[in-house]
Design a protein around this ligand. Sequence first.
Ligand code: SF4
Length: 229
Amino acid sequence: MPRESKKSKVARVTEFCHRMDELYGEEPSALDWSTPFELVIAVLLSAQTTDVAVNAVTPELFGRWPDPASMAQANAGDVANVIHRLGFFRTKSQHCVECAQMIMADYGGEVPRTMDELTRLPGVGRKTANIVLNKAFGIVEGIAIDTHVFRIAQRMGLTRAATPLAAEKDLLAVIPQELWGGVNSEWIRFGRAVCTARAAKCDECPCADLCPRRPVLHGAGKSKGRRRK
Ligand code: SF4
């Protein structure tokens, strides 16, 4: 198969982003939060667990420790008791407290607004920082690559990268900057509903005409059983 030109890839992914925006652009955040600090904590807690599970524990968590000042004083064991239904709750509770302590000590009690500063916070990686910058401050510096975005980018032939960081670079090179902000939340919804991890629903996909995977599944007598991952 001939190598796709960058121009063609940009056109394809731009149209894909517009369709994602039409389908999922109006939907509110799946995580419950009301301040930048709450968003940092909610996203930090959401690693390896569902947003529903996070939303179930944050009312008590934010009720007891609503801001960096109070969370910085919290006992990590007490925090762990509140979030114990989440995976990795011991590490996450430690990160909640240490994160708040650094915000108090280094940033005057305010969640910082740059990628470099945010990724200094314990438990905050580039993915979390991208989400916080985008949702809390309207700043778009990159694209948060979670498992859904990573998978869709690979299936769509937009990256062959082995790591989220390298995949982000590939996406930033072909997606127009004004569309970066919607990618994470919209592609996650698409990844849960249609382009699912176990069995992509290509037959009902509204973007099948933009995806190189579809001909592999349905073209030239290829077996449906030989799906590419
Ligand atoms: S055609 Fe299939 S693999 Fe491609 S984006 Fe749609 S659901 Fe995902």
